[in-house]
Every structure is written in structure tokens, then in C-alpha cells.
Design a protein around this ligand. Structure first.
Ligand code: HEC
Ligand code: HEC
Length: 374
């Protein structure tokens, strides 16, 4: 039985009403479709605008019209982290003007998260620990001496006191942990992630869990990430990826880039420059640099950092090819052994460096790499 449909014949008026309401539905349908198309078009337009904006902001060199004005609009004083280094450095003449030119675009990027101002660290016991973290970050070799085995500081690879977008800023990192990491094959907390930096990038010893140094660094990162959404990857977080170059990365071409664009500050021998006790320009290889287990030894990561940030003050001026070539050149030099060394280079490569981006255990330019430095 069908109670919904009584047996009944439609009158002409009823038929007309049905037709009218079908016409209404059609109209509503058309209006909705038009509205959807409009919204999609507008948001697509905004996307395009935004990415164009980002492109312009991130690649000042590629936009001649902008480059012409940039120096005038940029403040002459370098950013805080560089300022600290600047104070100590007998900077080559070329270094200073360059510095101010490049930092600004990243800071001006509308998409970038804005961490609290550097001078906005609160008073009181929490503020004291945050400030201690900042000092450790800037002067790691002296402020956390017991855990550091080279002359690097955290800020050398995380520019502007860990604030600069595209150099794995702390505000982009803090909210990403705990995270599973293939490197440790476990879920690491932020503090555990920091321990890795000491073992590899700083070629030192991991501070024991809960150590004052880890607490201070974590407090500093927590403060800098104020307002950042937990678990979301923000634009400018971590190091950028550089597109695969047209030609396979090459040592000899990389050496040319290095001599022309990097040796001025990092030295012909890649050992950087010291002024008394202060490492003014950091070493890129050798005993005092990051070890074979560090993220920077991977050519893709180094290429990303270099293209976005180097030559200092002239980020985003190297072509993709140059960035890969010079990263290959730098990482084809000997550096301290991977602390996970099993006693055998081939075996260590198989376990920890089985990647096209690691030159550990490879032979480059006739040199078998992975011996370590003494
Ligand atoms: C030689 C360069 C170098 C030095 C020095 C260095 N790091 Fe890093 N750091 C890296 C690289 C490379 C990565 C990986 C970035 C990526 O994967 O995009 C990284 C990643 C990190 C991350 C995770 C970032 C993220 O987005 O997940 C944190 C946190 C961090 N470093 C903190 C530190 C601290 C603290 C110090 C000093 C104790 C330090 N680093 C010293 C190169 C360095
Ligand atoms: C004007 C001086 C200058 C020039 C030129 C320069 N750098 Fe740097 N570089 C620095 C300074 C200073 C730092 C550390 C940044 C900080 O502490 O704020 C650095 C950091 C680095 C780091 C990370 C720290 C380390 O020791 O591993 C790498 C890698 C690097 N530079 C590679 C290059 C490459 C490649 C070039 C050439 C394409 C280059 N740099 C050109 C000044 C310079």
C-alpha cells in the first residue's frame, strides 16, 4: 500500500503550479552554480596574487623594478643576530651593505608568521630562562661549552636568532613536535630534537634529558612560537626545497661558485674567520664544522639553506644549479666523523646515509669521503 500517493488526477492548476515550482528550482540552481563559480574564481585570483607576492618578496633579485628601490626602503642597521656578529667582525667591506639588503624581504613577507619582538621577553623567572635560551642560541660555543665540539653557534644556521623564515626558525619548529623522525626511528619531543642538534650540528654531546641548557632553549622556542598554531606547518618553516637542477650537481662548478661568492667570508680554505676568541664567519668543513651526521651535510638541505640565505645578505640570488653545485662542493670535504660510526665506512653509509643526498662513503674528485677529521 502507498499512503503517500493517493489515487488522484491533477487539475490543470495543479500541473501549472508544479511546472512553476520546477522553474523556481531551476532558477535557484543556476544562481547557486553562478555563486560557486564566482567564489572559486575570486579565491583563485587571491592565490595567484599571493604567490606572486611571495615570489616578489622572496626573490628580490628576480624583480628588477623592486631591486632598484630596495636599498632605499631598507633600514641600514642589520637585524639583531647579525648585529651581534657585526659588532665583533672586521667585516669585509662588501659584507655590510649586502646584509641589510636581503634580510628585509623575508621579514616583509605577508605570509610569514610574526614572532614577538626580540625585546618583548617578559620580566620574572620565566623571562630569565627565555633570555638564557637566547644567549645559548647566539653563543652556543661559550654558553653551553660542555656540549659543543666545534666553533659553531645555533644562530649560524638558524639566522636572526632563530627568527628568520626559511632557515628553520624556532617559531616554525616548536609546534611541530612531538614528531616521528626517520633519523631516530622514534617519536621525539622538542627537547629530544634539540639533543640531536648538539650531537651532530654542534659535533658535541647531547645534554642529559632535563638539563638546564635544554630547558632554556625550549623556553626560548616556546616564547618565540607564541600564537603559532600547533601542528600546522607555517610558511617559512624549516629549510626550503630547491628544485632539481638541470645538470647533475658538480664539484668543479661548485668550486667556482664558492671562490666567487663565498670565499670572501668563509675563507679560501672554508675555515671561516676568527677574531680573537670570536668566530666571526663560521667554518663550512673541517674539524670545527658540523659532523657527518648533521642535517647540513645532506646536499639537498644545504642547497635549500644556501639558496635562501647565502651569500649572507644576498639570499635568493644563486640559481638552483649554483646552489646544488656549491652545496656539493662544501659537502665533499672531510668533517668530523658521524658519532654513530660503526667502525666501517661502508657499513655506516648503509645504515645511516643510504641516500643520494649524502656524500658520506662516496668518492668525489678522487677523495673517498667519510674518514672524519682528527
Ligand atoms: C650546521 C648548521 C646547524 C647548526 C649549527 C644548528 N642547526 Fe639546527 N638544524 C639544522 C638543519 C640542517 C636542520 C634541519 C632543517 C630541515 O630539515 O629543514 C635543523 C633543524 C633544527 C630544528 C628542527 C627544525 C624543524 O623545523 O623541525 C631545531 C629545533 C634546531 N635545528 C635547533 C638547533 C639548535 C638549538 C642548535 C644549537 C644547539 C642548532 N639547531 C644548531 C642545521 C643546524
Ligand atoms: C658576507 C659574508 C658571507 C658570504 C659572502 C657568505 N656567507 Fe655563509 N655565512 C656567513 C655568516 C656570517 C654566517 C653565519 C650567520 C649568522 O650567524 O647569522 C654564514 C653561514 C653559512 C652556513 C651555515 C653555517 C656553517 O658554518 O655551516 C653555510 C652552509 C654557508 N654560510 C654557506 C655559504 C655559501 C655556500 C656561500 C656562497 C654562496 C656563503 N655562505 C657566502 C657569511 C657569509
Amino acid at each position: 500500500m502507498d499512503y503517500q500517493r493517493p489515487n488522484h488526477v491533477e487539475t490543470p492548476e495543479e500541473q501549472a503550479r508544479v511546472q512553476r515550482s520546477e522553474w523556481q528550482y531551476l532558477k535557484i540552481f543556476v544562481v547557486v552554480v553562478v555563486a560557486i563559480v564566482l567564489v572559486a574564481a575570486i579565491s583563485f585570483g587571491m592565490q595567484v596574487n599571493k604567490s606572486m607576492g611571495e615570489l616578489v618578496n622572496e626573490r628580490p633579485a628576480a624583480a628588477p623594478a623592486q631591486t632598484a628601490q630596495k636599498p632605499a626602503t631598507v633600514p641600514a642597521s642589520p637585524t639583531p643576530a647579525t648585529a651581534a656578529a657585526d659588532a665583533a667582525k672586521p667585516a669585509p667591506a662588501a659584507a655590510t651593505p649586502a646584509t641589510s639588503a636581503a634580510k628585509a624581504p623575508a621579514a616583509a613577507s605577508p605570509a610569514a608568521f610574526a614572532p614577538p619582538a626580540a625585546d618583548a621577553i617578559p620580566e620574572g623567572p620565566m623571562g630569565d630562562v627565555i633570555r638564557r635560551g637566547e644567549q645559548i642560541f647566539l653563543h652556543t660555543s661559550t654558553q653551553a661549552k660542555a656540549f659543543v665540539g666545534n666553533t659553531l653557534n645555533c644562530v649560524n644556521c638558524h639566522l636572526d636568532a632563530g627568527r628568520a623564515a626559511h632557515s628553520a626558525p624556532l617559531w616554525g619548529a616548536y609546534t611541530q613536535y612531538p614528531a616521528y623522525r626517520s633519523k631516530t626511528k622514534s617519536v621525539d619531543t622538542f627537547s629530544e630534537r634539540l639533543r640531536g642538534c648538539f650531537m651532530y650540528s654542534m659535533n658535541g654531546k647531547a645534554p642529559p634529558p632535563g638539563d638546564e641548557v635544554l630547558v632554556a632553549l625550549e623556553a626560548y622556542a616556546y616564547w618565540m612560537a607564541k600564537g603559532a598554531p600547533v601542528g600546522e606547518k607555517l610558511p617559512g618553516a624549516s629549510y626550503p626545497k630547491v628544485a632539481k637542477p638541470a645538470q647533475a650537481p658538480d664539484y668543479a662548478r661548485g668550486q667556482k661558485v664558492f671562490n666567487a661568492q663565498c670565499a670572501l667570508c668563509h675563507g679560501d680554505d672554508g675555515q671561516g674567520q676568527r677574531s680573537g676568541d670570536v668566530q666571526v664567519f663560521p667554518p663550512l668543513w673541517g674539524k670545527q664544522s658540523y659532523n657527518w651526521g648533521a642535517g647540513m651535510h645532506e646536499v639537498d638541505k644545504a642547497a635549500g639553506f644556501i639558496q635562501a640565505n647565502m651569500p649572507l645578505g644576498k639570499g635568493n640570488t644563486l640559481s638552483d644549479q649554483d646552489a646544488w653545485d656549491v652545496a656539493t662542493y662544501i659537502n665533499s670535504h672531510e668533517r668530523p666523523q658521524d658519532p654513530r660510526f660503526t667502525g666501517n665506512i661502508a657499513d655506516t653509509r648503509k645504515r645511516f646515509h643510504d641516500s643520494a643526498f649524502s656524500l658520506y662513503g662516496q668518492t668525489v674528485n678522487g677523495q673517498p669521503l667519510g674518514q672524519g677529521t682528527k
